[in-house]
Design a protein around this ligand. Structure first.
Ligand SMILES: Cc1cc2nc3c(=O)[nH]c(=O)nc-3n(C[C@H](O)[C@H](O)[C@H](O)COP(=O)(O)OP(=O)(O)OC[C@H]3O[C@@H](n4cnc5c(N)ncnc54)[C@H](O)[C@@H]3O)c2cc1C
Ligand code: FES
Length: 307
């Protein structure tokens, strides 16, 4: 079952309705009606390591009720004396609640926008637009899921772990990082591991355990040992391609990926985030911001050759 743009068949990029599988009962649905611009107050803003910052905002709106795992917001990063970010920046929702108006982000300080954002002080204000995009599919009947996260994928997938743990779904998690100091294990798990006694595996570039070969052995061992209903991933193209290849050997395990793609409008208008997908031989150009960012792993086309 795919959770495609069931409420948003906007040609020519949305798949024909006939191709949209009848929606089975899912926990999450697209909620385009909830998209709005929110003026937010900064409640907390701090470094979690030398590259990532945690940002907690509050708004006078039910963000917790309308925002689902896998969705993202467009952040209007406030300018500074030196930095004037033009476009809004897409950021996955890292957490919501417990108050209705509270939303959290975890972001890598990399370029103009995120550097400008990093200067925002507690008590200051900023605008965000969302929630945008579709969500991961998490069905109530799931017994165990596999989550493979790296880099910003960690922020995107953290809410999925929270929902799975609350639903009593068992979790196998693989966290990948350059080195142990970059891992952000607590930020990713946020107590979900204790709630359902998650099986957590950490792999690193520094000792070679995150190599494709080592990951393949690990993932095969985990999938052979126990059935997993879905394998979710975000944050690494290498891992995505590995899972796409491997999941062909585990047809009962579905795969979903949250794609990270350069975006401008984030709302399906400018077409800057279009990517090629292949649905059972049917090639389609889809907007990552609108038909995604979550796609079946099997649909992703890794290398595109034009001409
Ligand atoms: C759906 C989605 C969710 C994301 N969630 C997170 C998250 O939770 N945490 C996090 O740290 N990062 C996340 N990213 C990546 C984040 O959007 C970029 O790191 C950020 O836009 C970089 O902005 P910048 O101005 O600092 O960098 P610059 O390089 O100065 O940006 C220049 C332009 O390119 C765009 N851009 C640059 N890198 C990316 C990128 N990787 N993805 C999309 N647009 C990019 C910027 O938005 C901007 O318009 C996400 C991206 C997408 C598409
Ligand atoms: S970013 Fe404009 S259509 Fe996706």
């Amino acid at each position: 079952m795919t959770q495609t743009a069931v409420d948003n068949p906007s040609p020519p990029f949305a798949p024909a309705e006939a191709k949209v599988a009848a929606a089975a009962k899912v926990c999450f649905q697209r909620n385009a009606d909830s998209v709005a611009s929110h003026r937010c107050k900064v409640a907390e803003h701090r470094w979690v390591n030398d590259r990532y910052k945690y940002l907690k905002l509050t708004a006078n709106a039910d963000l917790a009720g309308t925002t689902k795992p896998g969705q993202f917001y467009q952040l209007k990063c406030p300018g500074t004396n030196d930095l004037s970010p033009f476009l809004l920046r897409p950021m996955s929702v890292y957490g919501v609640g417990p108050e209705a108006g509270t939303i959290e982000f975890l972001y890598n300080v990399t370029g103009v926008g995120t550097h400008a954002l990093s200067h925002l002080e507690v008590g200051g204000h900023m605008d965000i637009v969302g929630p945008l995009g579709n969500t991961f599919v998490l069905e109530p009947g799931f017994q165990r899921i596999l989550v493979v996260a790296r880099g910003v994928g960690l922020a995107t997938m953290a809410p999925l772990l929270q929902h799975a743990a609350k639903a009593g779904i068992k979790i196998t998690a693989i966290m990948s990082a350059r080195a142990p100091k970059d891992l952000m294990r607590d930020e990713f798990l946020r107590g979900a591991d204790q709630q359902v006694q998650a099986d957590v595996h950490c792999v690193y570039d520094s000792d070679g355990s995150s190599s494709v070969e080592a990951m393949e052995l690990l993932v095969r061992r985990l999938l052979d040992a126990e059935h997993h209903d879905v394998a979710y991933t975000c944050g690494s193209h290498r891992v995505l391609m590995l899972l796409q290849r491997m999941l062909k050997d585990y047809p009962r395990t579905r795969g979903e990926v949250a794609m990270e793609q350069r975006m401008a409008c984030g709302m399906g208008v400018c077409l800057s985030c279009v990517r090629l997908f292949d649905k059972d031989g049917d090639k389609q150009f889809l907007r990552v911001c609108r038909e995604g960012p979550v796609f079946p792993i099997s649909d992703v086309v890794g290398e595109v050759e034009f001409g």
